[in-house]
Design a protein around this ligand. Structure first.
Ligand code: AP5
Ligand code: ZN
Length: 216
């Protein structure tokens, strides 16, 4: 099963992608996580990506496309995968469609999670992330057991560098301009499935599961 996650920054793509990955046993490939790991390890790619991410802008396609194609060629992607944060531009979507077409295949589901901009801004201010293992929490909707401490690895939780309100606004602007057109793209391809991201996360997941396990 090949899935892509669509939706605004903070809509819950990463949260749902992790649930899907665990339930269906397919890898979650998050371009944002890959860039953040490169920033942490101070790689050349990380240095280049950071300057765009800090401003809320997209990392240029020439730094993103090869990275994804390379990751998809790995053995663990044989039975499918969930792309979380890719594609994000029409150029990226076309590149993915072409690469899959060469293998005689295509994306099965494009999962779009809808949340209004004003709710996104409110939600992002409560996100906390673990710098060590990448786990994501929310102070209100998904708090850790011990305040400010990661349940998984015990590290101190942080606010993501690009979650400052001004950067979130810029990311939303970029989303509407560059990524939202992909909704129509995947609707035309017949793979779009839309979910209400304002429902509690377990409920969103249950609706996604119903759709993914539906017999055609
Ligand atoms: P990326 O890491 O992909 O960030 P994003 O798309 O902005 O999405 P987020 O990770 O912020 O949010 P999410 O939708 O995963 O929400 P989450 O589940 O965490 O990209 C970061 C940057 O990297 C980009 O700006 C760009 O610069 C660069 N980049 C990445 N990919 C790229 C590409 N392909 N091309 C170019 N550049 C690229 O949830 C958010 C919060 O809400 C959490 O606290 C969570 O606990 C909570 N929450 C989730 N669901 C619910 C719910 N149903 N109810 C209540 N709270 C909820
Ligand atoms: Zn952790």
């Amino acid at each position: 099963m090949k899935i892509i996650m669509l939706g605004a920054p903070g809509a819950g793509k990463g949260t749902q992608a992790k649930f899907i990955s665990e339930k269906f046993g397919i890898p979650q490939i998050s371009t944002g996580d890959i860039f953040r790991a490169n920033i942490k390890n101070q790689t050349e790619l990380g240095k280049k990506a950071k300057s765009y991410m800090d401003q809320g802008l997209l990392v240029p396609d020439e730094l993103t496309l090869d990275l994804v194609t390379d990751r998809l060629s790995k053995d663990d992607c044989k039975n499918g995968y969930i792309l979380d944060g890719f594609p994000r531009t029409l150029n990226q979507a076309n590149a993915l469609t072409d690469a899959l077409m060469k293998q005689g295949t295509s994306i099965d589901y494009a999962i779009d999670i809808e949340v209004k901009d004003e709710d996104i801004i409110r939600r992002m201010s409560g996100r906390r992330v673990c710098p060590k293992c990448g786990a994501t929490y929310h102070v209100q909707y998904n708090p850790p057991k011990n305040d400010g401490i990661c349940d998984v690895c015990g590290a101190e939780l942080m606010i993501r560098a690009d979650d400052q309100p001004e950067t979130v606004k810029k990311r939303l602007e970029v989303y509407h301009k560059q990524t939202q057109p992909l909704i129509e793209y995947y609707q035309e391809a017949g793979s779009l499935r839309t979910f209400d991201g304002m429902k509690p996360m377990e409920e969103v997941f249950s609706e996604i599961c119903d759709e993914l396990t539906k017999m055609d």
